[in-house]
Design a protein around this ligand. Structure first.
Ligand code: NFS
Ligand code: SF4
Length: 656
C-alpha cells in the first residue's frame, strides 16, 4: 500500500492538482531524495578537508583522532547555533525597526502597545516617567541591540526566569553573556581541533540555545508586540479555502511580521483596491503561511493558508498572484512551481534571495511605498490566471493568546495571575500542560503526529499551548475552537469553560515559544507548583521537527528545565553516549532532558508519565480522571465530533 502522505484532505486534493500540472512538491522530493544513513545518525564529520570522516564499520575515530562522541556533539551544537542565529537575527531586525520608528524614520509604523513598551522598559531598567513613547522606545531599541554585541555580564532577560533557574545556569557556567558572542563561540569551539570534550561542547550548546529563548526570540516577541500590538483573541479562518476566486491572492510567507503588517495595511488602501479592480479583481486578499502567517493571524486575524509542507501546493491552486517571502523555511522549489503558472515569487530581504525570483527589497524607511509596489506587482498578474482550483476547505478558529492575555483572563486587569491555573493543576482538574510545537517533515505523515498528540493530550486533561507549524495544523483541523473543549477531559473542560478559553491555545509563531518560557516562569513563581520550571508537570513536544531552529528551541526548553520530546528521528542516533549525555546527563545538570521518539503514541505515553511523575514529586493530588464529572451542559455546537476529528473527515465549506 502507498504510504499515507497527509491527514489533511485539502492537501490530498491539492497534491493531485499539483501532480497533474507537473509541479514538484516536498512530498514527491521526499521520496526521491533519501537521507544519507550515515549523516542522518550524526556519524559524519565534515569539519575539515581531511574528511569528511564517516564513522562506519571499524572506524571509531576521524583522521584527527576525534571520537564519535566529539563529532556527534559538534554536529548537534552547530545545528543549535544555526537555529539560535536565525531566531536571533530575526530579533535583531525587529530591534532595528523599533530604532527606526523611535527616530521617526519608519513611516507607516508606530508604537502600538504603550503598556508593553513600558513593561519591556521596566525589564531593562529604563526610566519611563515623564518621557514620550519615542524617547522610551529609543532606549529600549538601543538596549536591545546592545544584547547582541555584549561581551561580558549576562543577558538582561535571564532575570525573568525563576531565581533557582538562574542559579543553575550560573553554577554550570552557561548563563549567556551576549547573543552574538555565544553563537560565534559555538562555531569556534566546534572548529576542527578546538573543543574536544563532548560534555563541554554540549554545555556550550545549551548556553547557545539560551541566547535564542531568553535573548533573540524573547526580544523579537516583545518588540513585535510593542510595534504591532500584543495579541488578544481574534477569530479567523484557515486552509486553502481562504484563497479567493475573485480577488488577487497574495501569500505572505516567512518569519518577520514587519513587511507582513505593512502589506495588511496597504491591501485595504483605496488606491490599491482601485488598481486591483482595474485588472478585473474585486480586491486584494492577503493570506499567510508558516510563521509570518502566524504573526498576522494572531494580531490581525488574517487567514492562514497552510504550514511548511503546503507552500508549492498553494501555488498549484493557480489562484496565487504572488508569494511574498522574507526568510527561513522557504522551499526553493516555490520558484520552479511558480514558473509553471502565473505566480510571482517576490523575495524581500537582502539576506535571502532565490534565483529566478523577483527581488523587491524591503526597507523600514519606505515601508508603505514598497508594500504598494509589491501589491501592484501581484495585481498585474491577475489577468494572467489560467485554471484555478481552490479546494473547498475552510476552518474557523480563535487565536491570539499572548502570555499577557492568558494572565489577564485569569483575573482581569486588577488580579491577573496564574493562580486559577496553578490551583486547577494542584487539584488534579488539569493534569498538566504540553507545549506542542514545531515543523512538518517530508519524512513524516504530514500533520498526523501533530493532530493526534494534541487531541490525546486534551482528552487526558492536559492543557495544550501551540506555536509554529503545529499551530497551523491545529487551525486546519478545527482544533482551535471553543467547541473542542467538549472533547477535553472533564477537569480540563470545566476549567476552560470557567475561564472561557479553548483547551488548545495558539500562542503565535516560533519566536513566540519565548511566551511559553514566560508562562512557565510565572507558573513556577506563582506558588504551589514548586519553585522552578523543572518542578512543573509540563512537557515540550516537536512531533514533526525538521529545522535547526526547532533543535535550538528544544535545547532552550531543556536548559530551562523542561522534558522535551522530538519526533521523526534522532540526529545523534549513532552514538549511545551522546544520546545519554543529552537525556540523563542534561537532566542531572539542568533538570530537563532531550529525547527522540519516532512513534507519537510513545511520545504521548512518555509525556503523560513525566507529568504524573512531576505531580508525585510535588506531592499534589494524584490525577484521577474520574474524580470530576463532565460539565459540558453549556458547551455549544455540534460542528465537530471526536470521531470525525480523529479521521480528519469533518465538515467544512463556504470557501468561496
Ligand atoms: Ni518554526 Fe516557523 Fe514551521 Fe518549523 Fe519553519 S515555519 S519558525 S521552523 S517549519 S515550525
Ligand atoms: Fe575528520 Fe577530524 Fe576533520 Fe572531522 S575534524 S573531518 S573527524 S579529520
Amino acid at each position: 500500500m502507498e504510504k499515507k502522505e497527509t491527514v489533511d484532505p485539502a492537501v490530498v486534493d491539492m497534491l493531485e492538482v499539483a501532480r497533474s500540472q507537473g509541479i514538484s512538491t516536498p512530498f514527491d522530493r521526499g521520496r526521491a531524495v533519501k537521507p544519507c544513513p550515515i549523516g542522518q545518525e550524526g556519524n559524519c564529520c565534515r569539519q575539515c578537508f581531511m574528511g569528511p570522516c564517516r564513522f562506519v564499520g571499524k572506524v571509531e575515530v576521524g583522521v584527527c583522532g576525534a571520537t564519535r562522541e566529539t563529532i556527534q556533539a559538534r554536529n548537534l551544537a552547530r545545528m543549535i547555533a544555526g537555529g539560535a542565529a536565525s531566531h536571533s537575527d530575526h530579533g535583531r531586525n525587529m530591534a532595528f525597526t523599533l530604532l527606526a520608528v523611535a527616530e521617526g524614520k519608519a513611516p507607516g509604523f508606530e508604537i502600538k502597545d504603550e503598556r508593553k513598551l513600558k513593561r519591556v522598559a521596566g525589564f531593562m531598567g529604563i526610566e519611563t516617567k515623564e518621557r514620550t513613547n519615542n524617547e522610551i522606545a529609543l532606549d529600549v531599541a538601543k538596549t536591545a541591540l546592545g544584547e547582541w554585541g555584549k561581551q561580558t555580564g549576562e543577558l538582561i532577560y535571564l532575570k525573568r526566569a525563576p531565581a533557582k533557574r538562574q542559579a543553575i545556569w550560573r553554577k554550570l557556567g552557561i548563563a549567556p553573556r551576549g547573543i552574538d558572542r555565544e553563537i560565534v563561540e559555538c562555531m569556534h569551539r566546534t572548529h576542527m581541533g578546538t573543543d574536544q570534550d563532548a560534555e563541554n561542547i554540549l554545555n556550550h550548546a545549551l548556553c547557545t540555545s539560551l541566547v535564542d529563548g531568553w535573548g533573540g526570540s524573547m526580544l523579537a516577541t516583545d518588540i513585535s508586540d510593542i510595534l504591532f500590538g500584543t495579541p488578544v483573541p481574534v477569530a479567523a479562518t484557515s486552509n486553502f479555502g481562504a484563497l479567493k476566486q475573485d480577488e488577487v491572492n497574495v501569500v505572505v510567507h516567512g518569519h518577520e511580521p514587519t513587511l507582513a503588517e505593512m502589506l495588511v495595511i496597504e491591501s485595504t488602501n483605496p488606491e490599491v483596491i482601485a488598481y486591483a479592480q482595474s485588472k478585473g479583481a474585486k480586491g486584494v486578499n492577503l493570506v499567510g503561511m508558516c510563521c509570518s502567517g502566524n504573526e498576522i493571524l494572531a494580531r490581525r486575524g488574517v487567514p492562514i493558508v497552510g504550514n511548511f509542507m503546503q507552500q508549492e501546493l498553494a501555488i498549484a491552486s493557480g489562484a496565487v498572484e504572488a508569494m511574498v517571502v522574507d526568510y527561513q523555511c522557504i522551499m526553493q522549489g516555490i520558484v520552479e512551481a511558480a514558473s509553471k503558472l502565473h505566480t510571482r515569487v517576490i523575495t524581500t530581504s537582502r539576506k535571502a534571495k532565490i534565483t529566478g525570483a523577483t527581488h523587491i527589497e524591503f526597507e523600514d524607511e519606505k515601508g508603505p511605498e514598497i508594500a504598494r509596489l509589491i501589491l501592484r506587482t501581484a495585481i498585474d498578474q491577475f489577468p494572467n490566471r489560467k485554471d484555478v482550483h481552490i479546494p473547498d476547505y475552510l476552518d474557523r478558529l480563535i487565536v491570539g493568546f499572548s502570555h499577557e492575555y492568558i494572565a489577564y483572563m485569569q483575573g482581569g486587569v486588577y488580579r491577573e495571575s496564574f493562580r486559577p491555573f496553578n490551583d486547577a493543576v494542584m487539584q488534579g482538574r488539569i493534569r498538566g500542560a504540553a507545549g506542542v510545537v514545531g515543523c512538518n517533515n517530508a519524512h513524516s505523515v504530514h500533520d498526523e503526529a501533530h493532530i493526534n498528540l494534541v487531541k490525546e493530550f486534551i482528552k487526558n486533561d492536559v492543557l495544550v499551548v501551540t506555536t509554529g507549524c503545529n499551530a497551523v495544523a491545529c487551525a486546519k483541523h478545527g482544533l482551535l475552537t471553543p467547541e473542542v473543549m467538549r472533547y477535553a477531559g472533564p477537569g480540563l473542560s470545566e476549567i476552560c469553560e470557567t475561564l472561557g478559553i479553548p483547551p488548545i491555545l495558539h500562542l503565535g509563531s516560533c519566536v513566540d515559544n519565548s511566551r511559553i518560557l514566560t508562562i512557565l516562569s510565572q507558573c513556577a513563581t506563582e506558588g504551589g507548583l514548586g519553585e522552578d520550571i523543572s518542578d512543573l508537570p509540563v512537557v515540550g513536544v516537536a512531533p514533526e521537527w525538521m529545522s535547526e531552529k526547532a533543535l535550538s528551541i528544544g535545547a532552550y526548553f531543556v536548559a530551562s528545565g523542561v522534558y522535551t520530546i522530538f519526533g521523526v528521528g534522532s540526529p545523534v542516533e549513532g552514538c549511545q553516549p551522546t544520546v545519554e549525555m543529552i537525556s540523563k546527563g542534561w537532566e542531572e545538570k539542568v533538570g530537563g532532558k532531550l529525547e527522540f521518539e519516532t512513534d507519537w503514541r510513545k511520545m504521548l505515553e512518555k509525556g503523560l508519565a513525566h507529568i504524573d511523575l512531576k505531580r508525585k514529586l510535588l506531592k499534589i493530588e494524584e490525577y484521577n480522571p474520574t474524580k470530576y464529572a463532565k460539565s459540558s451542559n453549556y458547551i455549544p455546537g455540534d460542528a465537530y465530533s471526536w470521531e470525525t476529528l480523529q479521521t480528519g473527515a469533518y465538515s467544512r465549506g463556504g470557501a468561496k
